[in-house]
Unconditional design. Structure first.
Lengths: 426, 102
């Protein structure tokens, strides 16, 4: 069996994803700071659409693509199929994201949106071909692999649905109201793509980092089937506007998430590495934060009993809790488990055993990371409060705090990637 | 264990898993040491905490370089084995203490 590090792709295809993702997140915090009204009006407004797509494509999807290229050798135990496809996909994703966010910001939903959406679809197709071809080379069957491959199918569905929505907005041809279709697109992306990908990767990585063994894999299989069953019925019911079935499907989906959280709790209790580093602590915290949007979505079941003045901010708070509270927090935490190792391997691979060399954790500033975490937590709480209370000033302050946090995150990313070798003779 | 094998085992305590910050001997990763002084050959059978361990190559290279440096002229072979699979039972008392008292 080849070792994971022998199957690792060139850092030159992974690192640009982290750099572009980090800088995009930084830009998004500026938009939050200077356009707080995006969060205090109805969620279908140009600025919130723009910020949301900048985050989900330019930050979250971008980093996930890069991290996955690094993680596939670990999970599937084979080399990535094509590094050229990875670079091409990156180019299309980056360009498409900039065009789409610009189009939404200006609310120009014609040709610019269609070109942007096409670029993004091409990026996803190239990425999908790469990952599925890699999986085809691998004989390693696992539930983590199933999560990843299924999430990519949902990603394709999400971008195709998004493109269809863009067409429908300018020239309506779909019968359900556009706002309902937006929920379908959003949840296919959040639960189908992000959540499943995260669960698949986390179910391998987190026990590995905590050194947890003999875990109940049935919980993962149950999570997989419940989440996908919930998603499929949910998507169909949203399209057909069958409210009761939508509620049932959400409950099925939540049951799947609970099954996964049970698996993670077991891994935590059975861990051999008792003292967890800061990257792991943030990652585990983000799974706790996941409970917030789960509670909110249950409250939103009763939106027909509540006025828009309450349901609209709750919906925006729900989306923010998912994208920023859970997913962003997890990605920022796992960056410190992934990126330092990638650069460290590149710089020190040939020097191992020939002198005293730094450890991966020595490539970044732990002090900056600690401050980053506190700022992120504060910024998120203030943002959440600002959304619920409808206060623009609170959202601007939150944006500024998050900007400082993400600045430190980017500082550490650049500190890691520009690390120069240090070797002391033994 | 014969003195040379014991010496090699002690040397291997200098190989640290960079993620866990514990040496590979106290982690229980070193299964068997074979030394053929006539043929000047050293074979170490070892494993990793998980098959997908991204630091596997680093750990095995560290082990090889360390032994080569201390036994010039010898051929050093590191065999990665996956059976029996590693488990926490193989941790030494020092390894458990280093991991936070497991």
């Amino acid at each position: 069996m080849q070792l994971a590090s022998q199957n690792a792709p060139s850092p030159d295809i992974v690192i640009p994803h982290f750099v572009l993702g980090g800088l995009t997140w930084l830009c998004a915090t500026l938009l939050i700071t200077f356009s707080p009204e995006a969060f205090t009006q109805h969620y279908f407004n140009p600025k919130l659409l723009s910020i949301t797509h900048l985050l989900v494509l330019g930050w979250i999807t971008m980093v996930i693509f890069g991290a996955l290229y690094q993680l596939i050798p670990v999970i599937m135990e084979v080399k990535l199929f094509s590094q050229k496809l990875a670079i091409s996909s990156l180019a299309f994703l980056a360009t498409g994201t900039i065009l789409l966010s610009t189009a939404f910001w200006q609310f120009k939903l014609g040709l610019l949106t269609h070109i942007a959406a096409t670029f993004i679809i091409i990026a996803v197709i190239l990425f999908g071909i790469n990952v599925f071809s890699t999986a085809h080379q691998s004989h390693k069957e696992s539930i983590e692999r199933d999560f990843i491959l299924t999430s990519i199918i949902w990603l394709f569905f999400t971008v195709a649905a998004g493109f269809t929505l863009a067409l429908n907005l300018t020239d309506p041809f779909l019968s359900p109201p556009h706002i309902e279709l937006l929920k379908l697109h959003a949840h296919a992306g959040i639960a189908g793509w992000f959540l499943q990908l995260i669960l698949g990767v986390s179910s391998r990585l987190l026990p590995m980092f905590m050194v947890s063994h003999h875990l109940t894999m049935q919980k993962l299989k149950l999570a997989y089937y419940l989440i996908n069953a919930g998603l499929i019925t949910g998507i169909i019911s949203l399209y057909l506007q069958e409210r009761t079935i939508t509620i049932v499907s959400v409950l099925i989906l939540i049951s799947g998430i609970i099954s996964f959280l049970s698996f993670l709790t077991e891994a935590y209790k059975k861990r051999i590495k008792k003292i967890l580093d800061i990257g792991m602590k943030q990652s585990l915290m983000s799974f706790l934060i996941l409970l917030v949007p789960l509670i909110l979505v249950i409250v939103l079941f009763f939106d027909f009993l509540l006025p828009d003045e309450i349901t609209v901010p709750l919906s925006i708070a729900y989306g923010s809790a998912l994208l920023l509270g859970f997913i962003t927090s997890l990605i920022m935490g796992q960056t410190y488990k992934t990126l330092p190792f990638i650069v460290w391997l590149k710089v020190y691979r040939q020097k191992v055993g020939k002198g005293k060399i730094p450890l991966p954790k020595d490539l970044y500033s732990e002090k900056a990371l600690n401050v980053q975490l506190w700022l992120f937590a504060s910024g998120f709480i203030v943002l959440f409060g600002g959304i619920l209370t409808g206060k623009d000033i609170a959202i601007s302050i939150a944006g500024a705090i998050l900007f400082c946090s993400v600045l430190l995150y980017n500082f550490n990313i650049f500190k890691i990637i520009f690390h120069k070798p240090i070797t002391e003779k033994l | 264990m014969n003195p040379e094998k014991e010496k090699i085992r002690t040397l291997l305590k200098g190989v640290i898993d960079p993620e866990l910050m514990v040496n590979i001997v106290d982690l229980g990763l070193v299964y068997h040491i074979t030394m053929d002084e006539d043929k000047m050959r050293i074979i170490i059978d070892m494993t990793l905490t998980s098959p997908g361990c991204p630091l596997g190559e680093v750990i095995t290279n560290s082990a090889r370089e360390l032994i080569v440096e201390n036994y010039p002229g010898h051929s050093v072979e590191i065999n990665l084995v996956w059976e029996p699979a590693w488990s926490h039972d193989r941790l030494t008392a020092e390894g458990r203490a280093a991991l936070g008292g497991y």
